[in-house]
Write a protein that binds this ligand. Structure first.
Ligand code: GLU
Length: 416
């Protein structure tokens, strides 16, 4: 069996494919293959039992030709520098696709938050922040939540950074709770952006959104909110899952009931009345819309041909490999790639940053309207390229994103 591709292999392969399709200047291609800066640190914390543990942490800043570095920080046992580098590269393209003035970065700490107390997670976060002090900042690099980090984590980052500066700096991080400078709608924004893209895709396919059946892999912030919003729009959510496994009910589940159940039991697994399925089975469930909202490397060469959905909306980053992309394209599955589908999160982060810098606070109606305008424009731009160049939506989005970044690099020139 051939070795599975790492997320960085996937990201570099995507860049190669698109560089060839768009005849990218080989010098700029060379620059884009490498992150501008990677910082690897060892994060020591004292556990509740008195022991000291050390965790690997890193922040990878891929490119800042279009603006300050931007991207989330994830806490997950499988975090590696290579994975974070791929995610940083995707952030660069994503910010360009949704046309916000940022470059791309990502951070991570290789730890398992499920085995740590809140106090221990706070310890990791504050210590990690002090180790990033030199390279983050409102005009340098602005972190945000990602897998297993949330508003509370961001508040600790902001608090720690502000203590060092001597004054409150809300604009150093986005995804904060509303009371400490967060933006209305940020928590739901990634999911809402995914839904705007799905809505646009159904229009192109002349397929009604109401009544469409949906399977969602992952029940974290994005998966759960996408399930809830789509359910409220009249879709039938037939399957959901989390890291423990999944549930399937062809008649449809009520996401808020599953959410309540997961709050109590810790997982969606064994939800009453639904059939138990694995995460892999979920991908192959008969449905109209499939939303991978968990981790990388889910739709691969060997399962892509068994996918039955008409639309695949990548709420997660990097769930599909380039080989699987080809299979889906041949099967005429409408793929909404990650750097478009989930760009509502970072677009909303941008709104938060602008509000913080101007000391303003916008109402939910305003943030959601702005998000809709950004998402619809990005979707239509990508769709137009896919038609004009006769490529799938992944390559169209990459052509748009990589093209914009390449143009900024070209104009700025290389110095010294
Ligand atoms: N972690 C999110 C992403 O992958 C959000 C990043 C941000 O808001 O900076 O897009």
């Amino acid at each position: 069996m051939s070795k599975a591709l790492s997320p960085l292999d996937v990201a570099l392969e995507q860049l190669n494919i698109v560089a060839e399709k768009m005849d990218l200047d080989p010098n700029i291609h060379e620059v884009l293959k490498h992150p501008k800066r990677s910082l690897i640190v060892s994060v020591p914390i004292r556990r509740d039992n008195g022991e000291v543990n050390v965790f690997m942490g890193c922040r990878v800043q891929h490119n800042d030709a279009r603006g300050p570095f931007k991207g989330g920080i994830r806490y997950h046992p499988n975090v590696t520098v290579d994975e974070v580098t791929a995610l940083a590269m995707w952030m660069t393209w994503k910010c360009a696709v949704v046309d916000i003035p940022y470059g791309g970065a990502k951070g991570g700490v290789a730890c398992n938050p499920k085995e740590l107390s809140k106090k221990e997670i706070e310890g990791i976060t504050r210590r990690f922040t002090t180790m990033l002090l030199e390279i983050i900042g409102p005009y340098r690099d602005v972190p945000a939540p990602d897998v297993y980090t949330d508003g509370q984590t961001m508040a600790w980052i902001m608090g720690t950074y502000s203590q060092y500066k001597g004054y409150r700096v809300p604009e150093v991080v986005t995804g904060k709770p509303i009371d400490v400078g967060g933006s209305e709608g940020r928590v739901e924004a990634t999911a809402l952006g995914v839904v705007f893209c799905i809505r646009e895709a159904t229009k192109q396919l002349k397929m009604p959104l109401k009544g469409a059946s949906v399977a969602i892999q992952g029940f974290g912030n994005v998966g759960w909110n996408a399930a809830n919003i789509l359910h409220n729009l009249g879709c039938k959510i037939v399957a959901v899952s989390d890291s423990q496994g999944g549930i399937y009910d062809p008649h449809g589940i009520i996401p808020s009931k599953v959410y309540e159940y997961k709050e109590k039991s810790g997982s969606v697994v064994n939800f009453k009345g639904a059939q138990s399925i694995t995460n892999n089975e979920l991908l192959e469930i008969p449905c109209d819309i499939l939303v991978p909202a968990a981790l990388e490397n889910q739709i691969l060469k060997n399962n892509a041909d068994r996918i039955k959905a008409k639309i695949v909306a990548e709420a997660a980053n990097g769930p599909t490999t380039p080989e699987a992309d080809k299979v889906l394209f041949e099967k005429k599955v409408f793929l909404i790639p990650d750097i478009l589908a989930n760009s509502g999160g970072v677009a909303s982060s941008y709104f938060e940053w602008v509000q913080n810098l101007t000391r303003e606070h916008w109402v939910t109606k305003e943030t959601n309207k702005k998000l809709e305008v950004k998402m619809v424009k990005a979707f239509r731009d990508v769709y137009a390229i896919s038609k004009k160049e006769r490529v799938d939506m992944r390559n169209a989005a990459l052509m748009l994103g990589v093209g914009r970044v390449a143009e900024a690099i070209r104009i700025l020139g290389l110095w010294p």
